[in-house]
Write a protein of this length. Structure first.
Ligand code: NAD
Length: 560
């Protein structure tokens, strides 16, 4: 039963927990559920369909109480959103260890997961929902901005100016798309079934306009593209109805993608050919029929994307699992268009480049300004980074604690982290800074239909890598470390890990920040070098990452 309850992160330089590691976790857990940040905070849902921060409010209260009362050398264990124990460890150990939604592979189906959830035994943690480092839509904005920049680079002379993008889903993550497209100079037509979500993006400054109808939206967007104007327009409608309608009309967008919550056929995706209210009623009353309708709609939706690709649109999957669902629903060539990681992100991962986000635990915007400046002055020659941080400062409306994200490579992340730690030590910041990342990173995820799609050596489904990543971050002294299952693409389809390290401005935190922010991306370089990517092999050699065997060679089992 939902309970109307509002929580917000405590702010200021005083902590109520006995260490800044525990206080950081406490503030970020609250921040994940701040109504400014979370999509459905009353149900503890942060983003991504049903991604929760804690199992229920009782568990939330017990986590908070444990974080406050535990000693500075204790570690709290969280099992799928429920606190289950506090153990004595040591100063360098994480203050919280989290495992969310993990199920033995044979039983790892959405149906079985829901049964276990109904029994109160587990919780879906998505990626940063259950690992307490969600920072609102900005979190995904930078990655989305970088992806569309790469689309412009690979297909359209380096920019999206004069082009228009068709997409769907304006939720917690998908809501970043319109601003990411306009940031790259393009026009975006965004199909969203829930008018409230579209209005929320408008209010938060991520979306420019909401059209009255599909005709109106098409008209506004194609005119903007023809005039080379950046503009984003939402049309309230269902992608499973609108995408095929565009096919029927012979309309060919320059780029087509989608971020509806396709990974979850019951609690995420909304089936077409009915109103939203009818769909919500069906979801409540007849979940099995709902899932069947949802799967059939996803087949239609994906088929339309394949048709648009045939017409000449650049089409890519944006990590929501639509192709997998459509294939299961009978679309044999659902994987006929690539995922965004395979098409645009893998070269970055091979360099150990990935998401680097931070939240200023003081709540003071001046701390964010100081950290932004620190990043700008640490990497004066990185044009992409300079452009992004300036764009974000101007366009990103804050949600919850002041926070920022950028992508940094191997070697860069610890430089930025140590600069923040130094600012805390010198008293320039009013409180410590939580530095973490999404689980969508070079070494932290196995997700064969997204981050590890089409790996060069066929290692797409090998999930040892994210587990090693979590162990490495634990050994390196991250403040909290998490291992999740099912984020992004849904139950059964991914295993991934997260870390957050709090820069406290002490000798101990300096050491931990340096170790974590060096070793965490190193696992990404190693993972991609081992798979035989030249960029990763060069990076590993250049930076001196030790790999005992010649990378990229996999002896057959009989030789081992
Ligand atoms: P969300 O649940 O917050 O939002 C999904 C949105 O899609 C909602 O606004 C919903 O109303 C809308 N929607 C659902 N079905 C629709 C339909 N048929 N037509 C039009 N609109 C529809 O989820 P989110 O956090 O925005 O994530 C979206 C998807 O992207 C998820 O599957 C998520 O796993 C995936 N994702 C991708 C990345 C990435 O890096 N690409 C990162 C995180 C999440």
């Amino acid at each position: 039963m939902s309970q109307a309850r509002v929580v917000r992160a405590p702010r200021g330089p005083e902590r109520s927990a006995q260490s800044w590691g525990a206080e950081g976790a406490l503030r970020m857990l609250h921040n994940n559920l701040d109504p400014e940040v979370a999509e459905r905070p009353e149900d503890l849902v942060v983003y991504g369909g049903n991604g929760r921060a804690a199992r229920d409010w009782r568990s939330f209260d017990a986590i908070v109480e444990s974080l406050r009362s535990m000693g500075p050398e204790d570690t709290l264990l969280v099992q799928s959103g429920k606190p289950v124990g506090v153990l004595r460890t040591h100063d360098m150990a994480p203050r919280v260890l989290i495992a969310n939604a993990n199920i033995v592979p044979k039983w790892a189906t959405p149906e079985h997961f829901r049964e276990l959830e109904d029994l109160g035994l587990t919780m879906y943690g998505q990626m940063t929902a259950g690992s307490w480092i969600y920072i609102g839509t900005q979190g995904i904005l930078q990655g989305t901005y970088a992806t569309f920049a790469e689309v412009g680079k690979q297909h359209f002379d380096g920019t999206l100016a004069g082009r228009w993008v068709l997409t769907a889903g304006l939720g917690g993550m998908g809501g970043a798309q319109p601003l990411a497209v306009t940031g790259n100079g393009g026009a975006a037509l965004c199909i969203e079934v829930d008018p409230w979500r579209a209005r929320r993006r408008l209010e938060h400054g991520y979306l420019d306009e909401i059209a009255d109808s599909l005709d109106d939206g098409l008209d506004r967007v194609t005119r903007a593209a023809a005039e080379g104007r950046a503009l984003s327009v939402a049309v309230v409608g269902n992608a499973a109805d609108v995408f095929p309608e565009l096919v029927r009309r012979g309309v060919t967008p320059d780029v087509v993608t989608d971020q509806t919550s396709a990974h979850d056929a019951l609690n995420g995706y909304v089936p077409g050919a009915m109103t939203l209210d009818e769909a919500l009623e069906l979801r409540r009353a007849k979940p099995k029929e709902y899932v069947d309708r949802s799967m059939a709609s996803m087949a239609v939706h994906c088929q339309a994307m394949l048709d648009l690709q045939r017409f000449g649109s650049v089409v890519f999957d944006y990590g929501n699992g639509l192709r997998g669902q459509a294939r299961d629903a009978g679309v044999a060539d659902a994987f006929g268009y690539p995922g965004f990681v395979l098409a645009y992100v893998r070269p970055l991962f091979s360099r150990g480049s990935g998401p680097f986000r931070w939240a200023c635990l003081s709540g003071d915007p001046a701390d964010l300004a100081a950290t932004d400046e620190a990043v700008l002055s640490a990497f004066p020659d990185d044009d992409g980074l300079q452009r992004w941080v300036r764009f974000a400062r101007e366009h990103v409306k804050g949600q919850g604690l002041p926070a920022r994200i950028c992508w940094l490579g191997y070697g860069q992340r610890q430089v930025a982290g140590l600069a923040f730690d130094d600012l805390v030590a010198r008293g320039i910041l009013r409180a410590p800074v939580a530095i973490g990342r999404d689980h969508l990173d070079a070494g932290s995820v196995a997700s064969p239909e997204r981050e590890t799609e089409g790996m060069r050596d066929g290692s797409d489904a090998i999930a040892d890598w994210p587990l090693l990543n979590a162990l490495v971050n634990t050994a390196s002294g991250a403040s909290w470390v998490s291992i999740h299952h099912g984020g992004g693409v849904g139950i059964g389809k991914s295993i991934h890990a997260g870390q957050v390290v709090v820069a406290e401005g002490t000798a101990s935190s300096r050491r931990r920040v340096e170790l974590v922010l060096t070793n965490d991306p190193a696992t990404g370089v190693i993972r991609h070098a081992d798979a035989g990517y030249d960029i990763a092999l060069d990076t590993a050699r250049d930076v001196g990452v030790t790999m005992p065997l010649e990378p990229g060679t996999h002896p057959p089992a009989w030789q081992a």
